[in-house]
Design a protein around this ligand. Structure first.
Ligand SMILES: [Zn+2]
Length: 338
């Protein structure tokens, strides 16, 4: 059984190419953080090495080793690699040395399984040299060796690399799908599952983490409070906040996108409240505040600001100057009607 929840299109494509023996030697799995890219990549590694008649069984020795990251032929390369000690800091980029080690390992036959599988987690973090080095490997497929690149943003990867891979896009699940999976597979308390599903943007992995770690919800609430405070401040304070975000952006792009997503959720909720669709808002725990705040804006203002947030996210994905993008966004926060 494939363990990844949803993603039926991706799973059936992989299943078909496994059955027909036409599996590509390099894959690019694209999707937002926590959508299930790593789960799917590990499932594929299991399917390739499984000892049962209907792979991946999830239960044979090989499947279990892969699930617990103890299989000698399945390696994960990323900002924090298998080989790193627990105390070492995450790297800023995936280095050429990591790729060279991977190439060396790829040149040796499988040690205990049928296939060698290399998963490059956060492939957008490959240094230029590392990406060039990887390209050589992708250009010369070796039998029984599969590469799986995972990325949240394929546009940050050289097209020379992405064009050598079979693309597979993973989409977020629907809110009810996440809620059902939390209830069914993780035994999350129903009220909590409902809240987490709405906050997760359809990324089940985030909801699962948040179900077992209260600090994620607390951090989410703190970020949202900060965003709500900003609305009532002057430009000086907004730009100071922008500067903080820009500093974070240089270290972690994902964090800034997460904040934009939070804001987008909030303003979409205001829109929903404005048109009387309170039952499908995301921030169900702040319904009263949303109702109160929605009175202060007209529909056109809310829509315009939603467009501004979306445009900012898109520009950041296209590598625009983050300071400029975020300052423009701060200037476009609508003033209250009354
Ligand atoms: Zn198995």
């Amino acid at each position: 059984m494939w363990q990844v929840v949803g993603q039926t299109r991706a799973v059936s494509l992989l299943q078909r190419s496994l059955e027909s023996g036409s599996l590509a030697h390099a894959w690019l799995l694209i999707g937002p953080a926590h959508v299930g890219k790593m789960t799917l990549a590990l499932n594929l590694a299991q399917a390739l090495n499984c000892e049962a008649s209907a792979p991946p069984c999830g239960e044979c020795a090989s499947c279990q080793k892969i699930a617990s990251a103890k299989h000698a032929d399945v390696q994960i390369i990323g900002l924090t690699s298998n080989g790193d000690s627990a105390e070492s800091k995450p790297r800023a980029e995936i280095s050429i040395d990591q790729i060279r080690q991977m190439q060396h390992s790829a040149s040796l036959p499988p040690f205990e399984g049928k296939y060698k599988v290399f998963i490059v987690d956060g492939a957008e973090h490959l240094s230029d040299e590392a990406a060039n080095c990887l390209l050589k490997t992708l250009e010369e497929p070796v039998s029984k060796v599969i590469f799986i690149l995972l990325t949240t943003n394929e546009r940050l990867l050289p097209t020379t690399v992405t064009s050598r891979c079979q693309r597979l896009e993973l989409s977020p699940l629907s809110v009810p799908e996440v809620e059902a999976a939390l209830n069914r597979d993780w035994g999350t308390e129903p009220q909590r599952a409902r809240l987490l599903a709405r906050f997760s943007h359809g990324c089940l992995g985030w909801a699962i983490l948040a179900a077992s770690d209260d600090s994620l919800l607390r951090q989410r609430a703190e970020k949202l409070d900060r965003l709500l405070n900003i609305i009532n401040t002057d430009y000086e304070e907004r730009f100071a906040y922008t500067a903080q975000l820009v500093a974070k952006f240089s270290q972690n792009r994902g964090l800034v996108q997460e904040i934009l997503d939070l804001w987008l959720d909030w303003w979409r909720d205001l829109l929903l409240v404005k048109v009387g669709c309170n039952d499908i808002i995301t921030n169900v725990d702040r319904a009263a505040m949303l109702t109160e705040m929605a009175r202060g804006y007209d529909l056109a203002q809310i829509k315009a600001f939603i467009n501004s947030i979306q445009a900012a996210g898109e520009q950041l994905r296209l590598n625009a100057n983050p300071q400029l993008v975020l300052e423009v966004l701060m200037l476009s926060i609508p003033g209250k009607e009354r």
